[in-house]
Design a protein around this ligand. Structure first.
Ligand code: GLY
Length: 575
């Protein structure tokens, strides 16, 4: 017979149990019941914004390739199946973590300004910015970096030959594929801009002028031929061979300044990523010329000493604190960030815990700081999501986080005649004039002025988070200026709010970029919360979906993929 507990002690125990379960419920309201389920994988995971690209990555892994082989194959496949952002005419960044060696590195294949570029090239004689010149002209394009970057990643960290990893993309371009609704809508809705250019119209629209419909087959023979030349002759084909000839012929036809010499001189660069710590986790993200890594770490540093777990996901207190931290980081972005090959970017100072403490001390608990009190500026509401991010991880301990882009949807809208691909409009990421916002509403200063051979400042933030030396989270997003805060949100959702990766990716997002002075939110936050935020002085503005974070979480249960539901074609595939 067991001894009976005295009634008072039993009551106390009961109360303790109740309090414990109440506090657990308060700490993790989202995990309970798991509304969203990640895609499981035992030995590898691929998450991209397009089912066909995910399939390409998964098949390369099945054939014995590693995560880098798969990432390069996906990069070329997305250039075929998702031409609005997948590309060989643009550029981007790839962060690679090798658990075995402990090394985390990155490939910077950002575009560069042509040698003939100059600071005032997008201004008129009176010094006013010429609207859209940095977006819809041959001079909107930086020298593309994707082919050099993919080839560098493969050569240094892959295990398969270029021909093998490019074969699926060539097949998709040559044989065609059934287009999804999003593909059809994208081209049908962009007719006005894209059909201005004969080459683009011929490549991307039907001869009879009718709209695209989902399920129709889209073939790209010119692109297939270009990819075949690159696969057979190597990446220099793009920069010095027949493809370079076609590219420069197109640029000349549109009176652009890029030359064959610019293409020949292009080089991808391997750089150390920015490293920070957050609550015992190691965060590695892209270094300048992206602003992403610096500001992710800077914001996390500002948040680290507050108990976000207790404050709760989506509470006014959490959103207030995070948005105040965000706007301070974006204010710094406008002043300090640019191409590290041309100026000293104070990465260490910006990412130091001491500086973050100083900034955190400026944030008051119940009151928003007006952005004018942090720095001056103007507003531009227009934004686009058109960049694309994907993540790959394998059981050899390799993880790849890649974000690349043409900048806005379909880039400059100018396709390279006879070579079948669109050119970027990345020159808009420079500040056309210090203090005047670019198309993302981002203000830049002298640090990001246009200059020959310079890389334009980016927000792309491919990120890998490690714990105790092991790859834990592979993440990133498209979304222009909102890339940094989208990626931040996923990291915080996992670390602070204990969400599984699908919940972390699906949860509603919010964003504050200092200027314009507004707290942008997605659908999904409660009206009570929004009223509280407005009461604190935040200018809350509801926006359409932000970002598309294709992410992976790796833990004792294996690989878990979180494909972003904001893209109907997002797809996680495990092995
Ligand atoms: N083109 C967007 C970015 O690089 O931030």
């Amino acid at each position: 017979m067991s001894a009976r507990k005295p009634p008072m002690l039993a009551g106390l125990l009961c109360l303790l149990l109740m309090l414990t379960s109440l506090s657990a419920a308060a700490q993790a309201p989202i995990i309970e019941g798991e509304r969203f389920h990640p895609e499981p994988g035992q030995r590898a995971m691929v998450v991209t914004s397009h089912t066909l690209a995910s399939r390409v990555g998964r098949d390369i892994l099945r054939e014995g390739g590693n995560a880098v082989d798969a990432a390069v194959a996906i990069g070329f496949a997305l250039a075929v199946v998702q031409p609005r952002s997948g590309n060989i005419g643009g550029g981007g960044f790839m962060v690679i973590s090798d658990e075995k060696s402990g090394d985390v590195t990155s490939i910077d294949y950002r575009e560069t300004a042509p040698a003939g570029a100059f600071e005032t090239m997008f201004q008129d004689d009176e010094g006013n910015v010429i609207e859209k010149a940095s977006r819809f002209s041959a001079n909107a394009s930086g020298v593309p970096g994707t082919v050099a970057g993919m080839a560098m990643a493969l050569e240094r960290y892959g295990s398969m030959p270029l021909e093998q990893v490019m074969a699926p993309a060539i097949r998709l371009a040559h044989d065609g594929f059934a287009i999804p609704q999003r593909f059809a809508d994208g081209l049908n809705d962009s007719r006005e801009q894209l059909e201005k250019n004969d080459g683009t119209r011929r490549l991307f629209y039907k001869a009879d002028g009718s709209d695209w419909r989902a399920g129709e087959v889209f073939k790209q023979p010119e692109l297939a031929a270009t990819l075949t030349r690159i696969a057979q002759n190597g990446p220099r084909e793009f920069y010095e061979g027949e493809t370079a000839d076609h590219l420069i012929d197109t640029i000349r036809a549109f009176d652009g300044i890029m030359t064959r010499e610019d293409l020949k001189n292009y080089r991808a660069v391997e750089r150390a990523p920015v490293h920070g710590t957050y609550r015992g986790y190691d965060v590695y993200a892209m270094a300048p010329p992206s602003s992403g890594g610096v500001h992710i770490v800077q914001i996390l540093n500002m948040l680290e000493n507050d108990d976000l777990t207790r404050m709760g996901f989506g509470s006014a207190a959490t959103m207030h604190l995070m948005s105040e931290a965000m706007r301070r980081a974006y204010a710094d972005r406008s002043k300090y960030l640019g191409d590290p090959d041309f100026l000293d970017v104070p990465v260490e100072a910006l990412t130091s815990k001491a500086y973050a403490r100083e900034l955190r001390a400026q944030i008051s608990a119940g009151r928003a700081t007006p952005s004018e009190a942090i720095g001056p500026g103007n507003i531009t509401p227009y934004e686009s999501n058109e960049t694309t991010h994907y993540s790959v991880a394998d059981d050899s301990g390799l993880a790849v986080s890649n974000t690349y882009t043409l900048n806005f949807s379909y880039g400059s809208g100018i396709a390279v005649d006879k070579a079948g691909f669109l050119l970027n409009n990345e020159m808009d990421d420079f500040s056309a004039k210090p203090g005047v916002p670019n198309a993302f509403g981002l203000i830049g200063g002298q640090a990001n002025a246009v200059g020959p051979g310079k890389r334009m400042l980016s927000s792309m933030t491919p990120t890998i988070v490690k714990r105790d030396g092991k790859n834990l989270l592979v993440t990133g997003s498209p979304g222009g200026s909102r890339i940094i805060t989208t990626t931040l949100g996923v990291i915080s959702n996992v670390i602070d709010h204990g969400m599984n990766i699908q919940s972390a990716v699906s949860a509603p997002r919010f964003h504050d970029q200092w200027l314009p002075d507004e707290l942008r939110i997605e659908d999904g936050f409660s009206p009570d919360t929004l009223r509280l935020l407005e009461g604190m002085g935040h200018h809350v503005v509801q926006q359409s979906a932000m970002g598309a974070s294709q992410s992976i979480l790796i833990n004792e249960d294996g690989f878990q993929g979180g494909a972003d539901p904001r893209r109907e074609t997002s797809s996680a595939m495990g092995l």
